[in-house]
Design a protein around this ligand. Structure first.
Ligand code: 1GP
Length: 247
């Protein structure tokens, strides 16, 4: 099984200490605007892109992905909201298991539906232990997944889940407060989980300030994901890059 993009992510972490991932939501912006925004991030310090949406209602997934791929040089990784978000245009796909919840569809059901198409298209998959952390508001991901998030003051529970993900063979842990979260994943939890597992930890959801992103990176996160904050102020890309890159 190919792992070129995963290897690239590991190199990014090695050279920058912590990598800066930008979330591109194809459902939120017209294709041209999304491609223009991606190009700006590509030039201004983003290390890779996560491309996906909890739900697609407005735009065409494939068309947006193609436009983004043409506009950037850095890897574009599908961050799927369902088994229909698959494309050979991307560099890889996060094969997400929502291990914080007990919804069998998100632990194995969607995966079974997607697997034959992934094989046929020859897409690199990165098995990812996806963990939803309580965030103050009911985010799209919490509502649509029909799962309870992990309480944000229970780092021990988060650690046990992340380690179980590692033992199941996952290559990444994703601590997710949800896009637009009121309360991001606590820095203390990032610290504990990152030091408890051996696989890289991605942290995202509700990070709006560069200073806060820097704290998350310094707490041991391997990658920090920024979405909403950059959609609102695209000029902050450089500032976030400097804050997240710890070396
Ligand atoms: C969502 O973690 C990402 O999966 C990004 O969240 O849009 O709140 O930055 P924001």
């Amino acid at each position: 099984m190919q792992s070129r993009t995963y290897e690239q992510l590991l190199k990014i972490r090695q050279s920058h200490g912590c990598g800066f991932l930008v979330l591109l939501d194809p459902d939120r912006s017209p294709v041209k605007d999304l491609a223009r925004f991606a190009a700006l991030c590509d030039k201004s310090g983003a290390d890779a892109f996560l491309f996906g949406s909890s739900i697609m209602v407005a735009n065409d997934f494939e068309k947006s992905l193609l436009a983004v791929k043409k506009a950037v040089k850095k890897p574009v990784i599908i961050f799927p909201g369902s088994s229909t978000m698959i494309s050979s245009r991307a560099d890889a796909l996060l094969f997400l298991s929502m291990i914080s919840g007990r919804n069998p569809n998100l632990l194995i059901g969607e995966h079974v539906k997607a697997a034959p198409a992934i094989k046929k298209l020859g897409i690199e998959v990165i098995p990812t232990a996806y963990m939803l952390i309580e965030s103050g508001v009911i985010t799209s991901v919490a509502y649509l997944s029909n799962t309870f998030p992990i309480p944000n003051h229970k780092s021990d529970i988060a650690c046990a889940h992340a380690l179980a993900g590692q033992y199941l063979g996952m290559k990444l842990v994703y601590l997710e407060a949800g896009s637009g979260a009121e309360k991001p994943v606590p820095v203390e939890m990032v610290k504990k989980v990152s030091s408890y597992v051996e696989i890289p930890v991605i942290v995202g959801g509700g990070i709006r300030q560069a200073e806060h992103a820097s704290q998350v990176a310094r707490a041991g996160a391997s990658f920090v994901v920024i979405g909403n904050a950059l959609e609102d102020s695209p000029r902050m890309v450089k500032e976030f890059a400097e804050a997240i890159h710890t070396k």
